[in-house]
Ligand binder design. Structure first.
Ligand code: ADP
Ligand code: MG
Length: 389
């Protein structure tokens, strides 16, 4: 992959696609993780005398100007993090942008307006992509979280400018490629979350590569059903039972929970109790993995060289059903292995557990990380690998 290290950026006008899709409340950024993640690339470019214009989407304005999704709060936060003046513009295309880029001196940071204010962005309209590119010398993509979408600011623009990966995107691709192509063994995956149907492609692709797959969360219920276990009123997908049965027959490295935390409903925390996985009372639902399962999973992980984890082990949003997820987080955090955690809810759960610092790599990509691990070619990245046309 071509990265910023491979190009001379001095005095160049560089359009940088970042993922500044951050939560904002009352005009302030409430979680600046994504902005911080882009700082190394931006500083690298600034130190080498590039003239930067950053561009991102924010929320879902659906091709129209929506004041609540303007980038102004992001500009304040970016300026604070870079300790520099950031000039925020009110559009991302047009002559005013091209002029600002031309007259801005080296070391200046421009932040363009939300690219999704234009319908051409999500349509990947070539004319809009060309207009984004106009006036710039280079394109740098550091928005891994948007790389699975072929939009004008991720894919389209690469047809009009020499294009390079930023450090964040490079790191994500190198870690996730290592998982797929050259993992340290044994390689273990822990997959949880709500539904089998959300994860089936990741599961099937990873099953070709992992030595061990631990299943938890709501999706394990469908696999328990496939073993003939009655899961009561648990979340499950009866139409996926056949598929689950096939997977279990073919892949002996799949491990299911042996006990679970059950309750009559999500709100009946007081009636929560631990039962063996094959003894779920008919009026109850499985809402977490049980302590025996946590112990068994921790034990199985002990020798791992690589661990990938996606999907909470239970309804971690409620304290009564969070212990399984925290227990697995504890086990993963204690390993010497290359540990990688991905997925929006998984990262939130990890943060709640206070163990994020002890994970080797937290993949911020969400949908992009999962699509990468499904074995798909991400359009934003493919264009940084090819010889460019
Ligand atoms: P990620 O965002 O990390 O990819 P998912 O979105 O796939 O994870 O899954 C997270 C959701 O799964 C959480 O909201 C959690 O409450 C839910 N979940 C986990 N276990 C269960 C369960 N046993 N029953 C119902 N929902 C569950
Ligand atoms: Mg999720």
């Amino acid at each position: 992959m071509r990265t910023v290290r491979n190009c001379d950026v001095t005095n160049k006008k560089v359009l940088v696609r970042v993922d500044f899709n951050v939560p904002i409340e009352g005009g302030t950024v409430t979680d600046n993780t994504r902005i911080r993640a882009s700082v190394p690339t931006l500083e690298y470019l600034l130190e080498r005398g590039a003239r930067l214009a950053c561009i991102s989407h924010l929320g879902r304005p659906k091709g129209k100007v929506v004041d609540a999704y303007r980038m102004d709060p992001v500009a304040l936060e970016l300026s604070r993090l870079l300790n520099r003046k950031v000039v925020k513009l009110d559009d991302c295309v047009g002559d005013a942008v091209k002029e600002a880029v031309t007259f801005a001196g080296p070391g200046t940071v421009l932040l363009l307006e939300n690219v999704r204010f234009h319908p051409g962005e999500e349509k990947n309209d070539p004319a809009f992509a060309a207009e984004l590119a106009r006036g710039f010398d280079l394109f740098v993509n550091d928005a891994f979280g948007a790389a699975h979408r072929a939009h004008a600011s991720t894919e389209g623009v690469t047809h009009y400018l020499p294009s390079y990966a930023g450090f964040l995107l490079e790191k994500e691709v190198s870690v996730l490629s290592e998982l797929l192509n050259a993992p340290r063994r044994p390689f273990a995956a822990i997959i949880g979350g709500a539904k089998v149907s959300d994860k089936i492609e990741v599961i099937t692709n990873l099953l070709q590569r992992v030595d061990l797959m631990l299943l938890g969360g709501g999706m394990a219920n469908t696999f328990l059903m496939a073993k003939g276990i009655d899961v009561g009123r648990s979340l499950a997908e009866p139409d996926k039972v056949g598929l689950a049965r096939e997977i279990l027959a073919r892949h002996s490295q799949v491990v299911l929970p042996v006990d679970c935390v059950v309750a009559p409903s999500l709100d009946a925390d007081k009636e929560a109790r631990v039962v063996a996985a094959h003894q779920v009372p008919p009026e109850f639902m499985i809402l977490d993995i049980g302590p025996e399962t946590v112990k068994m999973f921790a034990d199985r992980l002990r020798r791992a060289g690589t661990v990938f984890w996606n999907g909470p082990m239970g309804v971690f949003e409620k304290d009564a059903f969070a212990m399984g997820t925290y227990g697995v987080a504890q086990a993963v955090a204690g390993l010497e292995a290359r540990t990688v955690v991905g997925g929006g809810d998984s990262i939130a759960a990890l943060q709640q557990s206070g163990l994020s610092d002890r994970i080797w790599h937290i993949s911020t990509g969400g949908g992009a990380s999962l699509e990468f691990l499904e074995g798909k070619v991400l359009p934003g990245i493919a264009r940084l690998e090819d010889e460019q046309s």
